[in-house]
Design a protein around this ligand. Structure first.
Ligand code: XUL
Ligand code: CO
Length: 453
């Protein structure tokens, strides 16, 4: 059980039941503490699995939460979250356990919110000092273990000051506070060599339009994001700035609703070449989309940045953040990603949390090993689909006529409605429907899902 008294001197290993790094043992292995598909060195589509996937652990779900929910207290064994004692010492113990976990899991990256690694102080100045201190501690751990930062982000949603939004708050002083916090967190992410910086606007939305000026709030958000991009240039941040779309929760309506809404926003505020998206599986499904749809949309606009890997539950309409388990769902997304040349500076951040009843320390390993194996197997299916080529060929064939004279002339703007009207009548055009072959293609994918080894 949790909070059974936090020992400030605690410097023992925390995950004592896992004594050495998790190894790859292959699909025939029955060892639940081994990878069956994630073979870090295996080359897939020209790069090692490790480089293709760039897996990351989310600090918040695994180390900064004790598993509480709306109806009950934390149930997990996370002694550093005990309320008594020195908060900074607790943060150091938490960090030691986190890096022990990253190392034993053998993931190359982690992701963090400022408040996950350092507790909030009495005011912004103290919060920044605390963050700086913990960033130096993280830098030491990173040097020792070789684990890197996939992305950092500022928590602009937990503190009551942000209840009505951060950038979109009706009070400009809250905007200023959030700007100061992001400035510092972006600097910290740069100090740690972060490959990306994420903005998830959990409270950048509204609960009712009765008290909301939607266009003002959108302009505020546009200004805020421009300030972030300007600052990233000023400090020479080499990573990518990412927005993470989500349709709602905690607000009823969030402005960064889905990839298409984010793209329209970026264009309006002149940022389409500066900012990309971090697409999360459970956010896509909450928006009523398939994950593959959100990935394909981001690729088609040239703004795919990174992925938050998890899944929802078909029966629950909220962001359950479960560990991924559907190879099929991820194969189709990875097919799009691989075909477009990969994730670049992005990766697969496991933005997923244990169920509240998963109270054993090893549950954290089972969850991540299973999630990483799911993504790794999906990567192999995606590679097989690309090598086989039939799916891509079927799509190309379906549109082939557009490469002919009529299609090309239409797209080049060479035909008016009058021209097309005359063409159809003059040539007695009577186009016939052709099969979309959906079932044939679904079972083509199923065959690859079966075969991958
Ligand atoms: C919330 C969510 C966040 C972001 C980072 O739904 O996904 O954890 O990933 O703030
Ligand atoms: Co997320």
């Amino acid at each position: 059980m949790s909070t059974g008294g936090f020992d400030p001197e605690m410097d023992e290993p925390f995950f004592t039941e896992v004594s050495r790094p998790i190894r790859f043992e292959g699909p025939e292995s029955d060892n639940p503490l081994a990878f069956r598909w994630y073979d870090r060195q295996r080359v897939v589509a020209g790069k090692s699995m490790e480089e293709q996937l760039r897996c990351a652990v989310a600090y918040w779900h695994s180390f900064n939460s004790a598993g509480s929910d709306m109806f009950g207290a934390g149930a997990w064994d996370r002694p550093w979250l005990a309320p008594a004692g020195d908060e900074m010492q607790a943060a150091r113990v938490k960090m030691a356990a986190a890096f022990e976990f990253f190392e034993k899991l053998t993931v190359p990256f982690f992701c963090f919110h400022d408040r996950d690694i350092a507790p909030e102080g009495r005011d912004l100045a103290e919060s920044c000092e605390r963050l700086d201190e913990m960033v130096e501690a993280a830098a030491d751990h990173m040097q020792r273990t070789g684990v890197g930062v996939l992305w950092g982000t500022a928590n602009l949603f937990s503190h009551p000051r942000y209840a009505a939004g951060a950038a979109t708050n009706p009070d400009p002083e809250v905007f200023a506070y959030a700007a100061g916090q992001v400035r510092h967190c972006l600097n910290a992410t740069r100090r740690l060599g972060g490959a990306n910086y994420v903005l998830w606007g959990g409270r950048e939305g509204y609960d009712t339009l009765l008290n909301t000026d939607l266009s003002r709030e959108r302009d505020q958000l546009g200004r805020f994001l421009n300030l972030v991009v300007e600052h990233s240039h000023t400090i020479g941040f080499e990573g990518t700035i990412l927005i993470e779309p989500k349709p709602h929760e905690p607000t009823k309506h969030q402005y960064d609703h889905d990839v298409a809404a984010v793209y329209a926003f970026l264009q309006r505020y002149g940022l389409a070449d500066e900012v990309r998206v971090n697409v999360e599986v459970n956010h896509a499904t909450l928006a009523g989309h398939d994950f593959q749809h959100e990935i394909a949309t981001a690729i088609s606009y040239g703004i795919l940045g990174s992925v938050d890997a998890n899944r929802g539950d078909d029966r629950l309409g909220w962001d359950t953040d479960q560990f991924p388990s559907s190879v099929e769902q991820l194969s189709l997304a990875l097919y799009e990603i691989l075909r477009s040349g990969g994730l670049g500076s992005g990766g697969f951040n496991f933005d997923a949390k244990l169920r509240r009843q998963s109270v054993d320390r090893t549950d954290l390993f089972h969850a991540h090993i299973g999630g990483i194996d799911t993504v790794a197997r999906a990567l192999l299916v995606a590679e097989a689909l690309i090598e086989d080529g039939e799916l891509a060929h079927a799509v190309a064939e379906r549109y082939r006529a557009w490469d002919g004279p009529l299609g090309q002339s239409v797209l080049a703007g060479g035909e008016s409605l009058d021209d097309l009207h005359a063409l159809v009548i003059g040539e007695s055009l009577e186009p016939l429907p052709r099969s979309g072959r959906q079932e044939a293609l679904e079972y083509l994918v199923a065959r690859h899902l079966e075969r991958v080894r």
